[in-house]
Design a protein. Structure first.
Lengths: 358, 358
């Protein structure tokens, strides 16, 4: 197959977005798109390019005082009647338009067309962000090629609708179990109903008042929710076990350990098993490239409430934020689309930032 | 196969119990045992025998003033490491020993050995009591051969450990649903959590104070229990639906309609779907053969709390009660067993009753 990512395409981030969307790349099936991207980068003499699996890294080596990362994932959620792309007025529709091939297009456009940025830049196009963490390209690179990720600041081109979303909240999943004693429902007084006992867990959840925390001007809203409940043995049996799965989203001023202690405090006296936990990331807006980035964008940052790969950079000590042209509310939706104006604005903003110090 | 139900076996209800237990007859696999039972009955010249599916009916035609039914089901729950039977001291162990081949043995022993009882007797050996109602032999006979069930009184030989259990409680199953609005848990305030809303359903269940009702000297204890709860979409989604399945066991002074009204009253303002309902049966101890039966047993009746096929007789206008040598607490258990003494007592009691007016 001839590479559709031709020089004519690469100079226009809008055309490039459509072209990337039209290369199918559902998670675990990113080989074709990674081949095309790698080919483009290797043809750019100002970049040093490497590949690991279906993750491609390319970086300048200009000897600048600071290095920044522009990162985006190549994969999409499964296609849902929204492939290939279509254009209606100033909207591009299709799987991955918002999440996040419009963001990838900005990075690839700059990689191919800006040979001498003001910072040294590492471009990272990675695989398998939409599925289990073990396959995540950024996770794998952090383990196998940590030197690729050395930088002073990172921009993750996840959909933010053109605003800067800084830091991210942590997340903790736990199972709260209640216990009882089985009995036939015709002789229910001989048993103890574990589902009835779970009523107290639900009462605490309903009464819970989540914190709102402001850090570096970013306001984080926490939340504690039951996401699953299951209990029962048979239609004529008083059940002896019930399980409520809860999800705590916590502001980045709490560590994972503090979040865990909080869950134990809320559900004191219950049987608690933590099944998943990921730290948040502080906004980290103090770094010089971050301040300069905010100047280029010309707007105040907002808090990122969902968990994103920004947290992986934070864990490596690299301040990172989310900034992309896509609309997060449309991610994974069958009618996913992106505004052409947001792509052009994003390209102009990143170009302004990367050339301000050239 | 030679019929193991030989004359030597039929004269001894204890040996007969073991022999019946050793003919495997899990629900839907009752052909062999029904063939053996039918063969015995057809060889008895004082009985008129018919068969429908794997249900066998045999009746005397002595022109007595009253007719009674002795009924038992031939099937068992699945074998659970407890086949064939074993004897330890005065206990017979094995699948179906209590529920209810020891009861079937009493009826078959009397059918084969008592040619001129004081009442006309209809013996009914039926299939598929342990599974869905649509396969139940008594249910099928009531539809296809209702004339087989004409009688003034019925004894169902279900396990009662030698006491008389009269009437039965009704049962009603319903699903109580709560509704909400989905949202990402990172932005939980945009949603409404349906699992949290189910907390109020569980509170009403935990606070519920069931009635105790005495009818004809029999005390019925009602109960209202959650038997299943399920809700949840995904680990990061505020769920928009939760369902609690409840089971009401109601005393036979309430009709099905009154029980339903009661559930609507308890869960007022909730979305309720009734999924199953079966009426109770009043004790019906006023009928002459019932009074004479109680005299023969020489003990006060107790309330039957579980739902049994007694209710099917009640629906046909036939007073019925449960009386059998098995232990209801051992029904369906891997260590199911029956006391040999209870079998001998039961045989003597039924013989006394059926010959008192000979």
């Amino acid at each position: 197959m001839a590479n559709p990512l031709t020089p004519d395409v690469l100079v226009d981030p809008v055309v490039l977005t459509r072209t990337l969307v039209d290369i199918e790349s559902v998670s675990r099936d990113e080989k074709v798109i990674a081949d095309c991207v790698e080919d483009v980068l290797r043809q750019s003499p100002h970049l040093h390019t490497e590949r690991y699996g279906n993750t491609v890294m390319a970086r300048t080596g200009l000897g600048r005082g600071q290095r920044v990362i522009l990162a985006g994932h190549l994969d999409t959620v499964p296609i849902n009647g929204n492939f290939p792309s279509t254009v209606v007025d100033d909207l591009i529709y299709g799987c991955g338009t918002s999440d996040m091939k419009s963001g990838v297009a900005l990075a690839l456009h700059l990689a191919a067309t800006l040979p001498e940025p003001g910072y040294d830049v590492t471009y990272l196009f990675y695989e398998a962000e939409e599925i289990e963490s073990q396959f995540n390209g950024l996770h794998l690179v952090a383990q196998e090629h940590p030197e690729w990720l050395r930088a002073d600041f990172a921009v993750l081109l996840e959909p933010t609708y053109g605003v800067v979303e800084a830091g991210c909240q942590g997340t903790l999943a736990a199972r709260i179990r209640t216990h009882g004693r089985r009995a036939h429902t015709a002789r229910a007084w001989r048993g103890v109903n574990a589902i009835h006992a779970a009523g107290e867990v639900l009462r605490r959840l309903a009464d819970y008042r989540p914190r709102t925390v402001t850090i570096d001007g970013c306001t984080y809203r926490e939340g504690l929710n039951a996401v699953r409940i299951v209990g029962g043995v048979a239609g004529n049996v008083v059940p002896d076990e019930c399980e409520v799965e809860v999800n705590l989203r916590f502001a980045p001023d709490r560590t994972e350990k503090q979040a865990l202690d909080h869950v134990h405090e809320v559900f004191a006296d219950f049987d608690i098993e933590v099944t998943d936990s990921a730290p948040g990331a502080l906004p980290g807006l103090g770094a010089a490239p971050a301040r300069e980035f905010l100047t280029a964008v010309g707007a105040e940052p907002a808090a990122k409430l969902g968990w994103t790969d920004v947290s992986r950079f934070a864990a490596l000590g690299i301040p990172a934020l989310n900034y992309g042209p896509g609309d997060p509310a449309l991610a994974h939706a069958p009618d996913e689309h992106v505004e052409i104006g947001k792509i052009r604005d994003g390209a102009a903003t990143l170009h302004r930032w990367l050339t301000a110090y050239e």
